[in-house]
Design a protein around this ligand. Structure first.
Ligand SMILES: CC(C)(COP(=O)(O)OP(=O)(O)OC[C@H]1O[C@@H](n2cnc3c(N)ncnc32)[C@H](O)[C@@H]1OP(=O)(O)O)[C@@H](O)C(=O)NCCC(=O)NCCS
Length: 177
């Protein structure tokens, strides 16, 4: 982890006006929609900031969703049982300020969302985390962390909360006590 922290977006605290990740739709999501959607319980945004500085260096937004069972590969389809829809969490937006890319901020936001999904899955049942890779190159970025593509939806990727739990458990075991 670098010198940033991740917390819930607070529109009275976090500086968003100067955020620029190079993609206008993501900039305006943070600047104009994120707080409004949180108020309406549509999605929740988490931001990365540096200690003592309220400027947002990165953010991700998450929401509840579901995935068609038929879009999963064979082994997941079997595990998902007989229901047509599988409960999931979507990482709907992910962006890092241009000046702060390539330092691991993007991945730590994804990792934060994965831990959140794993924790929530113990309370309400969340079988998968999904996201849409913005372009083909980003597919490799997410594959590095265990995401795979759904079968019928191009660039829509998933990882199961069971896999996340296994990864987290393995890390805990590997940590020196
Ligand atoms: C994609 C993004 C979130 C990555 O954030 P980040 O903090 O730079 O990511 P990390 O530091 O965790 O990882 C960096 C690595 O990700 C990969 N990566 C980053 N952007 C990438 C892209 N557009 N295509 C392919 N790989 C990419 C590279 O391997 C990079 O390593 P490098 O710096 O050695 O080349 C950030 O570049 C961004 O906000 N881009 C614009 C918005 C966007 O595309 N969002 C993704 C929506 S799916």
């Amino acid at each position: 982890m670098g010198d940033w922290l991740i917390e819930l977006l607070d529109e009275n605290k976090h500086e968003r006006a100067l955020f620029d990740c190079g993609e206008e739709d993501l900039n305006s999501y943070l600047q104009q929609k994120a707080a409004r959607y949180a108020e309406k319980n549509i999605s929740v945004t988490y931001v990365a900031t540096r200690e003592g500085d309220c400027g947002v260096i990165g953010f991700c937004a998450v929401a509840a969703t579901s995935v068609e069972r038929a879009d999963l590969n064979d082994s997941f389809r079997r595990r998902a049982g007989r229901y047509k829809q599988v409960p999931a969490m979507i990482i709907g937006q992910l962006a890092v300020r241009r000046a702060d890319t390539s330092q691991g901020v993007g991945w730590s936001l994804v990792a934060y969302a994965l831990r959140l999904a794993e924790s929530i899955s113990r309370q309400i049942g969340v079988a998968l985390v999904i996201l849409d890779a913005r372009d083909d190159k980003l597919i490799q970025y997410y594959e590095r962390y265990g995401f795979r593509e759904l079968t019928r939806v191009p660039r829509r990727m998933f990882i199961s909360t069971r896999e996340i739990r296994n990864i987290l458990d393995a890390r805990r075991r590997a940590r020196p006590s």
